[in-house]
Structures are given as structure tokens and as C-alpha cells.
Design a protein around this ligand. Structure first.
Ligand code: FEO
Length: 397
């Protein structure tokens, strides 16, 4: 049996840390792993809230059985149907054929398509419906697009616990402590923002609406997300962070991203950073887009107000990896950033020209005049970066 951790007297965390998978959803790097969290409430009635990813499943089912200690499982609540949480559903049904599987009307379609054998057990709830377990009284909130259409959250009125699905979840396997009591917020804040910006950020309008509605209607003492720590000590801070991110609020600071073949555009990035620093901007992050995965860059862009994009020209266009980054930014729909552009070229340009097209498409406020240098970049040519750097300083400070 895997160990379990008590969130409270009757509420158990049953999860798994995955440090083996390289790419979450086969796209997002997991340098520090990820956790999949499931929760079991052992009350007069028993309920399992979501399952975990089968690839990390191991002895998950046995742990559920052992923690139930001879009781049957009365309910399985599906807050989220994505397979990193739903893939053990069938095994639960085969062990507990009488279990009622709870979801909303949007859960039925993916449930039918992935686990048709479960439909006979399926029970639909609506927004505001209650489930009385004895001591614990659960209330359901439908929160579409956080992060799939069927997503919902379950709130335990008795102890103020919000079972939040992906919301407030984080990349990064747990580092010993499941509860946040003995956890440093800093690491998980960065990985929670990377999770938010890349997985949920596209649906920020829905996230903002859901978070403000929940915060005004219920007292949230503990947040049990499907990834990362259980938030209790930092619950208020985590709610505040989500509110900020979902409203595109950002901190003073600039993210400089450059694509460079022979180092000239890279030199411009360094010079711009130097001038920004001279102008009083303290938080400056520089990324070589050929080296850093877009998920980390986008997470930083979600944090800071200023973005400077620089690209070498490549066959009359911007550099392919910069193009990929720009497409991802457009896809996620990040809003309200200040944008500066720069680049270098050897033939007839194309890097900055196409970055300008991106600027028009994304609709961010462009600062200064794009700085574009022909041929080698040296101290005689840096001058034209000065005006651009000053414009960014004026926009941020
Ligand atoms: Fe953690 Fe949307 O799955």
C-alpha cells in the first residue's frame, strides 16, 4: 500500500509523484516531475474524488481499498475527465460495481466515449446540488474550461475544503510534504504559474469568472488540487495569484527573448538588458528561444509587464523557433503587455518585419521603434537600441 496523508480527520490524500515522464501531455517539460492527486473521504458515506494517471497508478487502487478499511465505495466524483485524472475509473467500477459515478451534463460525453462501461453507474448533478455524506456536506460548482468543458469543483461546506480540479495545480512532484505547511511557496509558485499559463491560461476569462464567484460565495480554507501541494497555509495567496494571472495583471519587469544564429541578435538582447538595468528595471529575464522551452518563456511573460522579442532574419522570415513562440503566445491569448521589437539580418531582413505582423495580431501596446541592425552588431551600431530601451523603461516604470 502506498502511504496516504490526512488532509483532515476523514479526508485522505492518495496520490503519486511522477518523476519518470519527460513531457506532460507529451509537450510540456517536467524537469521536476509532477504529482497526480486523488482524495478519499471516509464518512458515513464514502467518496473518491477523481483518480490518477494510470502510468503512475502503481498501487493506487490497492491504497484506495486499504484506506476504505473494509467499507464499500459509495461515490466517485469526477471533477475532471482528462486522463491524467480519469484513467483509473474503470478499475474502480469493476471493484465497486454499485458505486455512483457523479459528474455534470458535460461529463457524460467524454465519459461515454472513454469509459462506456461506466455509464450505467453515472449520476448527473447540477450547479449547487448537495451531497450529504454524514459529517461532510458537499456542494457542486460547475466551472467549465478549467480546464476542459466538463470541469467542475466540489466544495466541502463542513470544513471549507475546495476540491478544485486542475485549478491551483502545479507542475513539480511533491517534495515530501503533501500539505503546504512545510513547503516553500516559491518553487511551486513558479511551477503553478507555468501550469496555469500553458494549460489553463487560454481560458483566463472563464478562470477569472469562476475564481471571483467562488471567492465571493464560499469560505475557502483548504484547496485540494489535482496537481501539487494541498494549499492551506498559502490558500489566500494562491487565490490571489490566480486572480491576478487570470486578469493578466503583471509585475514590473521585462522578458527579453531572442533568436540568434551567429550571436548578433543575442548581443542586441544583452545591450537592451544593460540599458533597461541602467534605467532602473531590476527584474529582467533573458531567454535564447533556441534553448529554452516556450512553456518557461510564456510563464515569465505571464509574470512581467514588458516583453522584448528579437529575431534574426531567416529566409525572409523570422527565425523558426521565434515563429513557434509567437504562434503559441497568440494561441494562449496573453493580453496587456508592452512590446518592443529588435533583430538583425544579412540579406534583406524579414525577422523584424514579421515580428511586426505578430505585434499587429496580438494587439499589445508596442513601445519605441523596432531596432534592426544589418550585419555585425558592434558598439557603433548599438545607438539605435537606446531609444527602444528608453521607451520600454518609460512604459514599465
Ligand atoms: Fe491535470 Fe486537465 O488535467
Amino acid at each position: 500500500m502506498q502511504y496516504t496523508v490526512k488532509v483532515s480527520e476523514r479526508v485522505h490524500w492518495i496520490g503519486a509523484n511522477d518523476r519518470r515522464t519527460h513531457l506532460f501531455e507529451n509537450i510540456w517539460p517536467l524537469p521536476e516531475g509532477v504529482s497526480y492527486n486523488s482524495y478519499l473521504i471516509c464518512d458515513e458515506k464514502t467518496v473518491l474524488l477523481d483518480t490518477i494517471d494510470a502510468s503512475a497508478g502503481g498501487d493506487f487502487i490497492k491504497t484506495v481499498v486499504d484506506t476504505l478499511a473494509g467499507k464499500t465505495l459509495d461515490y466517485l466524483i469526477i471533477n475532471h475527465m482528462e486522463l491524467d485524472h480519469a484513467s483509473e475509473i474503470s478499475k474502480i467500477i469493476s471493484l465497486y460495481p454499485e458505486v455512483k459515478v457523479i459528474g455534470n451534463k458535460f461529463t457524460a460525453k467524454p465519459l461515454q466515449s472513454y469509459f462506456p462501461e461506466v455509464m450505467a453507474n453515472f449520476m448527473t448533478i447540477q450547479e449547487g446540488d448537495m451531497l450529504d455524506l454524514g459529517h461532510h456536506k458537499l456542494k457542486f460548482y460547475i466551472t467549465p474550461m478549467l480546464h476542459w468543458p466538463e470541469t467542475m469543483m466540489t466544495y466541502d461546506q463542513t470544513e471549507g475544503i475546495l476540491f478544485s480540479g486542475d485549478a491551483f495545480g502545479s507542475f513539480g512532484a511533491l517534495r515530501g510534504s503533501v500539505m503546504d505547511t512545510n513547503t516553500l511557496l516559491e518553487f511551486f509558485e513558479d511551477e503553478m504559474r507555468r501550469y496555469y499559463s500553458n494549460i489553463v491560461g487560454k481560458f483566463s476569462a472563464q478562470a477569472s469568472k469562476a475564481i471571483s464567484r467562488l471567492a465571493s460565495e464560499i469560505e475557502i480554507k483548504t484547496i485540494c488540487s489535482l496537481h501539487g501541494p494541498v494549499w492551506q497555509k498559502y490558500a489566500a495567496q494562491v487565490l490571489e495569484l490566480y486572480s491576478r494571472w487570470s486578469n493578466y495583471q503583471a509585475e514590473d519587469g521585462v522578458v527579453i527573448c531572442y533568436a540568434s544564429m551567429y550571436g548578433n541578435t543575442g548581443k542586441m538582447a544583452d545591450y537592451l538588458a544593460y540599458k533597461l538595468s541602467e534605467g532602473g528595471i531590476k527584474d529582467i529575464i533573458i531567454h535564447d528561444v533556441s534553448k529554452t522551452h516556450p512553456s518557461f518563456i510564456i510563464s515569465d511573460m505571464w509574470k512581467y509587464k514588458g516583453v522584448m522579442l528579437g529575431s534574426v532574419a531567416y529566409n525572409g522570415d523570422m527565425f523558426p523557433v521565434m515563429h513557434t513562440l509567437c504562434e503559441e503566445i497568440k494561441h494562449l491569448g496573453l493580453k496587456n503587455r508592452k512590446l518592443g521589437l529588435f533583430g538583425s539580418y544579412s540579406w534583406n531582413g524579414g525577422g523584424v518585419r514579421n515580428l511586426n505582423k505578430f505585434a499587429e495580431a496580438i494587439g499589445w501596446e508596442q513601445v519605441g521603434t523596432p531596432s534592426e541592425i544589418h550585419g555585425i552588431v558592434n558598439k557603433n551600431k548599438y545607438e539605435q537600441c537606446d531609444e527602444l530601451a528608453q521607451a520600454m523603461i518609460d512604459a514599465i516604470c
